[in-house]
Design a protein around this ligand. Structure first.
Ligand code: RIB
Ligand code: CA
Length: 309
């Protein structure tokens, strides 16, 4: 049976590839809507970027809703230094033909979940968790409609935004604390895993050889010049791991853990304390993934992307 999913996202090159992969795997995923959030760039741009991606993939009818323009409490800190001024540097895509759908992303999440059967919708969270946190505060009754939340965020070691914190959790730590405290089934995919899923030059070249519009756009994004290479030899596929996990869970391992988010404004802002060894004796609030078998993940992802126009 196809899994009903919603993608909440701040595209972002890796978000874009994740959306493309979900659309390419249409026999597995029933993508009900995309909700955009402020993150890598401002929300008007992340919503426009999500539209550019669904149009590229040949799904112009898929609804994209713009959500929150700022984190719950803190000032928005964007990441153009990674993604470029429009968030999709290198994609070479035109502006979207259509504007985002009417209706705020948070209202869309609430309405869509209220209309769904119990435990029937999977939420794929690829950016700061602001939209979901606000939806849970606005409409706590949506919790039982959610089958699971799979989020890219956090780290068991060093961060990428600060030494302590990964970007998505750093950007809106209060939202992350709300989501982790909501009693939902949450799977957390942090940097400690995603930094072992770096697309190598050979894998990126395979994408470039696809000779499709999507292949060209992905290749352009993954080969764009990045200041200092941003610390890796290939290109990280952080958000793509969320879709990869849902499609191919056998390629991942993990365990149930207690995770706490630092919401203070100091140097530990956004740190995820992941109690991997259960030292704190707190009930688990997330299934934390620790390993991916990256070679088959890339093989399968590239094979799937090859089906797109
Ligand atoms: O830290 C990685 C996350 O932040 C990803 O969601 C990526 O899009 C980035 O900006
Ligand atoms: Ca993202």
């Amino acid at each position: 049976m196809r899994r009903a999913i919603v993608i909440d996202t701040d595209p972002g090159q890796d978000d874009a590839v994740a959306i493309l992969l979900a659309l390419a795997l249409g026999e597995r995923f029933d993508l009900r809507a995309i909700t955009a959030v402020a993150g890598n760039v401002a929300v008007a741009q992340t919503a426009a970027n999500a539209r550019r991606i669904v149009e590229l993939a040949g799904h112009p009818g898929l609804a994209v809703h713009a959500g929150c323009a700022a984190p719950l409490v803190l000032k928005l800190e964007t990441a153009e230094f990674v993604c470029g001024p429009d968030g999709l540097d290198g994609a070479g895509l035109p502006p979207p033909a259509l504007p985002p759908a009417g209706g705020h992303g948070v209202d869309t999440l609430v309405a869509l979940l209220r209309a769904a059967a119990p435990a029937s919708v999977t939420l794929c969270m690829l950016g700061p968790l602001t939209n979901l946190a606000l939806a849970l505060r606005l409409a706590p009754d949506i919790g039982p409609r959610i089958d699971q939340v799979v989020l890219m965020g956090g780290a068991m070691g060093l961060g990428n935004m600060t030494p302590a914190a990964e970007y998505n959790i750093y950007a809106d730590p209060h939202a992350a604390a709300v989501v982790l405290g909501a009693g939902l089934r949450v799977t957390l995919i942090g940097l400690h895993l995603t930094l072992t899923a770096i697309a190598s030059h050979a894998q990126v070249a395979r994408i470039g050889a696809l000779a499709t519009r999507a292949g060209r756009a992905v290749h352009g994004m993954l080969t764009r010049p990045r200041a200092g290479g941003l610390g890796s030899v290939g290109h990280p596929m952080h958000d793509v791991c969320v879709i990869g996990f849902l499609a191919w869970p056998e390629l991942f391992t993990g365990r149930d853990c207690f995770v706490e988010v630092e919401t203070g404004a100091g140097p530990l802002r956004g740190r995820t304390t992941i109690d991997w060894h259960g030292r704190l004796r707190q009930p688990a609030n997330a299934h934390v993934l620790d390993r991916i078998d990256a070679a088959p993940f890339f093989d399968r992802a590239i094979d799937a992307l090859a089906r797109l126009p």
